[in-house]
Ligand binder design. Structure first.
Ligand SMILES: [Zn+2]
Length: 256
C-alpha cells in the first residue's frame, strides 16, 4: 500500500463512518422495523371453489347524454324552468297584488324602470283579463336569468335576495282575485315549492315581510298554501298541470 492508497483508504473509511452516523441517527434499529413475530403458522387460504367469472367489458351504446337542466314536468310551460341556476338558491315565495285594476308584466316593467329600477321587480305576473288573459302567467325577465328580485325590500334584503316575487294583477283590497288567477297561482306556487324545496310556511304575502297590506285583504295566503299543497300531494301528476284550460297558461317574457 503506497502512501496515496493509505490516504485514500483512510478518507473512505472516514466517509463511511460519517454516513453511518448520519443515517443511523435518523433511522430506528433494523429489528424494530420488522413485523411482530407470529407463531400461528402461515395463513392458508383455500382456493376459490369456482373461479370468479371474468368481468365482461360493457360497451355503452353511443347515446348522447341528456342535457343537464332542471327536471321538466309535463304540462309545465318550459319558461317556468330556467336554464340558469341560482347558486345561493330560493328560500321564499312572496305574493303581491299590483294594487291597480289592470296591468301586466310589460306595464309593470315600464313602471319599475321609471322608478329607476333595473327591470320588472317581480319574477312572475298573473293576469286578470285586462292587459293579459285571465289567469295568464307571465314570466318576467329576471326569471330566466335567475336574478334576485326587487319586490320586498327589508333591512337585510333577504326577501329580495332569496324570494321569488309573484304579482297578481288587481287591487284586492277592493276586489277578489279571479278563480283562474288563484288556480294558476297555486299551480305556479306548487311547482316552485317542489322544484326549490320551499316549505309552506315560507310562502308568504308581502305584508308578512313589512307593514303593508299587499297582497290585499281578499287574498288569503292560507288558501294559496292549501291549494298548492293539494296540487303537490300525490306528487302532482303531470296531468294536474295539463288539465288547465287551454290559453290559461300562456307565457310571455317582456322584452327590454
Ligand atoms: Zn307587494
Amino acid at each position: 500500500m503506497g502512501p496515496w492508497m493509505a490516504k485514500h483508504a483512510a478518507s473512505t473509511l472516514l466517509l463511511f463512518v460519517a454516513l453511518v452516523s448520519i443515517v443511523g441517527c435518523a433511522e430506528r434499529p433494523v429489528v424494530e422495523q420488522l413485523p411482530a413475530a407470529n407463531f400461528n403458522g402461515p395463513l392458508v387460504q383455500a382456493p376459490p371453489a369456482v373461479e370468479a367469472a371474468k368481468p365482461v367489458a360493457v360497451v355503452k351504446p353511443a347515446i348522447p347524454e341528456p342535457k343537464k337542466s332542471a327536471p321538466q314536468l309535463a304540462g309545465i310551460p318550459r319558461e317556468w324552468t330556467p336554464n340558469a341556476t341560482k347558486s345561493d338558491g330560493w328560500r321564499y315565495i312572496v305574493i303581491h297584488h299590483s294594487a291597480t285594476p289592470s296591468g301586466g308584466a310589460r306595464a309593470f316593467d315600464k313602471m319599475h324602470k321609471a322608478k329607476g329600477w333595473d327591470e320588472l321587480g317581480y319574477h312572475f305576473v298573473v293576469g286578470n283579463g285586462t292587459d293579459t288573459a285571465d289567469g295568464q302567467v307571465e314570466v318576467g325577465p329576471r326569471w330566466p336569468k335567475q336574478k334576485w328580485g326587487a319586490h320586498a325590500k327589508t333591512p337585510d334584503n333577504r326577501f329580495n335576495n332569496y324570494g321569488i316575487g309573484i304579482c297578481l294583477v288587481g287591487n284586492f283590497d277592493n276586489e277578489r282575485p279571479t278563480k283562474a288567477q288563484m288556480q294558476n297561482l297555486s299551480k305556479l306556487v306548487s311547482y316552485l315549492m317542489k322544484t326549490y324545496r320551499i316549505p309552506a310556511d315560507r310562502v308568504i304575502g308581502h305584508g308578512d315581510t313589512k307593514a303593508t297590506d299587499c297582497p290585499g285583504r281578499n287574498v288569503h295566503i292560507a288558501d294559496v298554501r292549501k291549494m298548492a299543497a293539494q296540487l303537490a300531494a300525490g306528487d302532482a301528476p303531470a296531468d294536474t298541470y295539463a288539465q288547465s284550460t287551454p290559453g290559461e297558461m300562456l307565457v310571455t317574457v317582456p322584452r327590454k
